[in-house]
Design a binder for this molecule. Structure first.
Ligand code: GLC
Length: 813
């Protein structure tokens, strides 16, 4: 949308204020500013003078409104909450925001502008109906804001490319990138998250563009230091998140769009997949392969070939004569089954295919504007597509999962839900994309055009699936994986990044890609380990699995034409690299509760924990795993060591236990295959269980690796629950606070009494206190400890205690 740099001034004719909002009236349109919470303001501008009706499927939740105080002074309206203020210039209509101490940010350079837009201007002109439907769909609205020169711009959803998005124009339109080399150089991918955070030392703020239409951000590409927000749909609607830190922005964003689900514990284990383990025999052989080789595994994914002719919610009885028996055999080995589900329902009427028939009978499928049912081609050839904007349809779809639940399936993998549709059977030449026309009407009342709802197709499919599982199996935590997503999908599903390739470039791009999603409120993310397209090879697979062991969602997956890609497919050296990597994952305690409570991503860029260090913003090949661990992956062949930047604080090598330096500093670390650098930040407690073959096995003894900082006190809360039920919501949790005094104050380690109603199994705690040199002795709860040892190699004093849930204090003397 090539509008001139500045939209004309838009003087306010008058204004009114209510308890929580203020509305100004202009010659063309209304502008409304509302306090959604003390730290979240919403701004809406409707050139038509009418604000859009709230949509039942809106990804944004209603929060209890907060008070807004408004007054007029010097030709400006001042609007304030305790945490955030906004100032509207009555002569121009420009708005800027400020912190309570008056530091401005997100300042408009001009009033919002709008005009009719042609499809060509969006880049969507390849869509079948060459015109946007008339009406609000064609009205593009936007505003330009000043970018502070020292701000970095992060988030922006699933993309390829750099972490900092300055100098890019980013649009939101979900699309399947099914081609080897996906994503590199492309803008739109499978997911769309119109949100970002602007980070500079001392202040981070965030923005959520509340539009499901085609929309975008020009982040200083068109004009240096000018941020443009734009959307189709006839209304500008965005939320300003006050921050002031990246963690606060993600908390505000997920308060608004929903907290990430708490996955069942098994889903945090390792998942093995392939397109496809196509018969009962194949699946059992893979499961046994893991157990025989003692490589931990929790789930096997069944790709499309388990279905009968790709008919969703059916089984091919030749390949899987008794699906329940297959699933039970996996269960007996401690494994869960995840089945793929595609939205395209085979157009197969009159043959007894109940899904198509009940879908037609209930009128759940999309219809073209002329009333004909819309069909396109996917795996089962001609297919019909559910309208997930309709609540009735979502209910029907959710209930269909009963057939999978009966068989014992534990997780559902929603694929091809951008949605991905082509114009003829895949086997014919000349296959091209065949998207749903923008003028198709969706929703129970036909209230919205596909132009408005396109980006929500996968989001609402994931929701329908999750809600179905919730009705069908209410007592157990559900697990859904989705390829397409929007902001808010984190409430129902984990996601993976789609069809990558077995290339170093794809490993590399996955680092900032996953980190960006974490900043958008989606912590449960991963990529196909080893690469989907192409043939992976030992070194690449080995590097990818040692890295993937830290993905929030860890799955290896490969294309049907790829050579075998199981951990043992590359010879004994790589098998042992894979085993050790996965074993480490199984030992590390989970960060999922923290993500669930505050939206906190576990895979995150350094700027998340160190927002005041501007020189760390550009680093995208070191990732923080929670606040305590930092990994430094190898992303190119042949490398055996690499440069590691140490952020402020004191750092330890996780493998050797040795103290390696105090940041800010940089050093070269060894990184042989299988042992990329993993560092621990001073002031941390890393909790490790025993190696297990699946999360179903007991954790055993619990090791607390305690790493004091030089100067700063460290805090950590270990959060545990049964890993399976929703009882944690009623207090069935065990929370243990730990505190570590810095070395300068004696490195005293304090364990608080356990809180909550969940009782972990009886166990021993091994406290391992890492110190620069051996202490003369240790005192536990004021009594000298007889039975302790100094491990000179690990540089740690070790003592074993019974985990009685009581307060304990360990003092080196
Ligand atoms: C899509 C998915 C991929 C899956 C394949 C077959 O390409 O992204 O993961 O294996 O379809 O179902």
């Amino acid at each position: 949308m090539d509008d001139p740099l500045l939209a004309p001034p838009m003087p306010a004719l008058d204004w009114v204020s209510e308890a929580t909002a203020c509305v100004t009236r202009h010659e063309h349109g209304l502008l409304r500013l509302e306090a959604v919470a003390p730290d979240i303001l919403r701004l809406r501008f409707a050139p038509s003078g009418r604000f859009a009706t709230p949509r039942p499927w809106s990804p944004v939740l209603e929060l209890p409104p907060a008070g807004l105080s408004v007054h007029e002074e010097d030709g400006r309206l001042w609007m304030e909450t305790e945490r955030l203020s906004a100032r509207l210039d009555l002569s121009s209509g420009a708005v800027s925001f400020a912190t309570p101490d008056g530091r401005p940010f997100a300042e408009d350079l001009c009033a919002p502008g709008w005009r009719e837009v042609a499809l060509e201007e969006t880049g969507l002109q390849h869509l079948p109906d060459t015109e946007l439907p008339p009406g609000e769909a064609r009205i593009g609205v936007g505003v330009r804001k000043r970018m502070a020169p020292d701000e970095g711009y992060f988030g922006f959803g699933q993309r390829d490319g750099r972490l900092d998005r300055r100098h890019r124009r980013l649009t939101h339109w979900t699309v399947d990138r099914a081609a080897p080399g996906h994503g590199l150089g492309e803008d739109n991918l499978y997911q769309a998250q119109p949100t970002f955070m602007a980070v500079r030392p001392g202040l981070t703020w965030g923005l959520l563009l509340n539009s499901t239409w085609f929309s975008g951000f020009d982040v200083g590409r068109e004009y240096e230091d000018v941020l443009t927000l734009f959307t189709l749909g006839g209304e500008l609607d965005y939320y300003i998140l006050a921050g002031p830190t990246p963690a606060a922005v993600v908390e505000q964003l997920t308060r608004l769009t929903g907290r990430p689900l708490l996955p069942p514990l098994w889903a945090l284990g390792f998942h093995q997949s392939r397109w496809s383990y196509g018969t009962d025999r194949d699946v059992r052989a893979i499961a046994e392969g893991f157990r025989e080789r003692a490589i931990p595994l929790d789930a096997i994914h069944l790709d499309i070939d388990y279905m009968d002719g790709y008919r969703v919610f059916t089984w091919d009885r030749e390949r899987f004569p008794e699906p329940a028996a297959t699933v039970a055999a996996l269960q007996a080995l401690g494994l869960r089954t995840v089945t793929i589900v595609d939205p395209g329902v085979k157009h197969d009427l009159g043959t007894g295919y109940g899904v198509a028939e009940s879908g037609v009978a209930g009128d759940y499928f999309l219809r073209r504007p002329d009333g004909e049912r819309f069909s396109g081609w996917v795996w089962p050839d001609e297919s019909l597509f559910p309208d997930f904007c309709s609540e009735r349809t979502r209910h029907w779809w959710g209930d269909l999962h009963g057939s999978l639940i009966e068989i014992g399936v534990d997780g559902v993998w929603c694929d091809m839900n951008e949605p991905s549709i082509v114009d003829r059977p895949y086997r014919e030449p000349g296959v091209t994309e065949f998207p749903i026309p923008l003028a198709v009407r969706q929703g129970d009342e036909g209230e919205a055009l596909h132009a408005e709802t396109h980006n929500l197709y996968g989001h609402l499919m994931a929701r329908a699936t999750w809600e179905g599982l919730e009705r069908l199996r209410p007592a157990r935590r559900h697990w859904v994986l989705t390829r397409s997503a929007f902001v808010g999908t984190q409430r129902w599903a984990a996601s993976w990044m789609g069809d990558n390739s077995a290339r170093w470039e794809d490993l590399e791009t996955s680092l900032p890609q996953l980190a960006s999603l974490g900043l958008c409120g989606a912590p449960h993310v991963g990529v196909d380990i080893g690469g989907f397209y192409g043939h992976s090879f030992g070194e690449l697979y080995g590097r990818w699995i040692e890295l993937g062991a830290f993905h929030p969602f860890m799955r290896a997956h490969a294309h049907r034409d790829s050579r075998p890609q199981e951990p043992w497919s590359f010879g004994p050296e790589i098998e042992s690299v894979a085993r050790q990597a996965i074993e480490l994952r199984y030992r590390l305690y989970t960060l999922a509760h923290r993500a669930h409570r505050r939206g906190e991503p576990w895979w995150r860029p350094l700027l998340f924990d160190f927002p005041d260090q501007a020189d760390l913003y550009a680093i995208e090949d070191q990732i923080m795993i929670g606040p305590q661990l930092m990994i430094a992956p190898i992303r190119a062949p042949g490398l055996k060591r690499r440069l590691v930047e140490l952020p402020p604080g004191c750092w330890y090598d996780f493998r050797s236990g040795a103290r390696i330096g105090v940041g800010p500093a940089a050093l070269v670390m060894d990184a042989p295959l299988g042992a990329m650098p993993v560092l621990v930040c001073g002031g941390s407690v890393i909790t490790l269980g025993n190696v297990r073959q699946s999360t179903a096995e007991p954790l055993g003894e619990l090791m607390l690796e305690i790493y004091p900082d030089d100067e700063a006190e460290g805090f950590w809360t270990l959060i545990e629950d049964d890993g399976e039920s929703f009882e944690y919501q009623d207090g069935a949790l065990a929370e243990t606070d730990c505190r570590i005094a810095p070395l300068s104050r004696g490195a005293v380690f304090a364990l608080a009494a356990r809180r909550g109603d969940y009782q972990p199994a009886p166990r021993t705690l091994i406290l391992r206190l890492h110190l620069p040199e051996a202490p003369a002795g240790l005192r536990l709860d004021e009594t000298p400890v007889e039975d302790w040892r100094w491990d000179a190699e690990l540089q740690a004093a070790e003592v074993r205690i019974n985990d009685d849930g009581q307060t304990h204090r360990l003092v080196p003397v």
